[in-house]
Design a protein around this ligand. Structure first.
Ligand SMILES: *Cc1c(COP(=O)(O)O)cnc(C)c1O
Length: 352
């Protein structure tokens, strides 16, 4: 197939600069889970480091290791999905910052041999999402365990963190109260975290009190605006990727593109959006597993290139997402690994 997913690394660099400015004086932690939101981990991490990013949020230990291999020794890499003792040991060996959200993991850490340097622990308080995180009622016991680990040289208290829904300001405010109470309790127990972090893209941009020391930004770094929220221009970000397909045949009133639901186009969007052709926008008619039919145009011919969504097209990932009540990340993440990634750049903007 000749469809491709084009990633503009210079646009990515501009978004990084914008994020840095928006969250300052807090630091930007670039979140790269899910293969850097499907843009390709290696290229994204390499460029981010060249642009001066110093914290990367990698989700799990395997991704953390992959980031370490690309980013070198100086970048802090935060992971927050830890399955148990093996993951802990692997994370420590790869010099990762470890997000710990349950007491069983603290017990696993206590059971490890004392490492050459203390494991860098970021303790997570559950502020209401109930995904993972230590419940407020268990917090003081977890602090006692951590205090022992710190005393034994097995851990350093690097971070206090949580994750919020960013769906309503009122719920986020309640979550923040729990977060602040957890920090006060830690400080009372003689444990002061070096870094606090709570917000992701949306709250990090919109709500200064949520920025703390670090803001974990995924979506906005990749130019994915929030569904139902402010637009790219208002946020100062731009889409960095373009899903492109090629006309393989002209069939009466329609042209066939070499991209279908198996490559990542949600078939529930049939008839509901337009792609950008050499003759302007044309409606998508039918999305089949391997290919898609689109309204034709005069002089349509095999080999013509069509922008399906993204940078330079009529629809962004979030535009499509809003049609089916989801978020832009979900559209971006659907782009199949079968679609080759192509990277464009004129090189890093600044040497650091
Ligand atoms: C995905 C994720 C983020 C980034 O969220 P965005 O809305 O994409 O910025 C931050 N923190 C955690 C824990 C996450 O899982």
């Amino acid at each position: 197939m000749s469809a491709e997913y084009r990633v503009d690394l210079d646009a990515f660099a501009r978004n990084l600069a914008r994020v840095r400015e928006a969250v300052a004086p807090a630091r930007h932690m670039l979140v790269v889970k899910d293969d850097a939101y499907s843009h390709g981990l290696e290229q994204i991490v390499r460029r981010a480091v060249a642009e001066g990013v110093t914290w990367i949020g990698a989700f799990d230990v395997e991704t953390g290791r992959a980031v370490r291999a690309v980013a070198g020794p100086d970048v802090r890499i935060f992971v927050w999905l830890l399955g148990g003792a093996d993951d802990l040991a692997g994370g420590i060996a790869a010099d990762l910052d470890l997000g710990i959200g349950d007491e069983a993991l603290l017990a696993d850490l206590a059971a490890q041999k004392t490492p050459p340097s203390p494991a860098r622990v970021h303790l997570k308080i559950d502020t209401g999402l109930h995904r993972n995180g230590i419940r407020p009622e268990d917090w003081s016991r977890a602090l006692e365990t951590l205090s022992t680990l710190v005393g034994e040289g097995k851990a350093s208290f690097e971070g206090l963190w949580s994750h919020i829904a960013e769906a309503s300001d009122a719920d986020d405010d309640d979550a923040r109260e729990i977060f602040l109470a957890a920090r006060a309790a830690a400080v009372d127990a003689g444990l002061t975290p070096r870094f606090s972090h709570l917000a992701a893209s949306a709250a990090g941009f919109a709500r200064a009190p949520f920025r703390e020391d670090l803001v974990r930004v995924g979506a906005f770094s990749y130019g994915i605006r929030p569904a139902g929220g402010p637009g790219e221009a208002e946020l100062g970000i731009e889409p960095i990727s373009t899903l492109v397909a090629t006309v393989t045949a002209v069939e009466g009133d329609a042209v066939r593109l070499d991209l279908g639901s198996l490559h990542g186009l949600p078939s529930v969007l049939e008839g509901r959006f337009s792609v950008t052709t050499p003759a302007g926008p044309r409606r998508v008619l039918t999305i089949e597993p391997g290919s898609t039919l689109v309204e034709t145009w005069s002089e349509a011919a095999p080999g013509n290139t069509v922008i399906v969504w993204g940078r330079g097209g009529v629809a962004s990932a979030t535009d499509l997402a809003e049609l089916i009540d989801t978020i832009g990340e979900e559209i971006a993440l659907r782009v199949s690994p079968l679609v080759p990634r192509r990277y464009a750049t004129n090189g890093p903007r600044r040497a650091r």
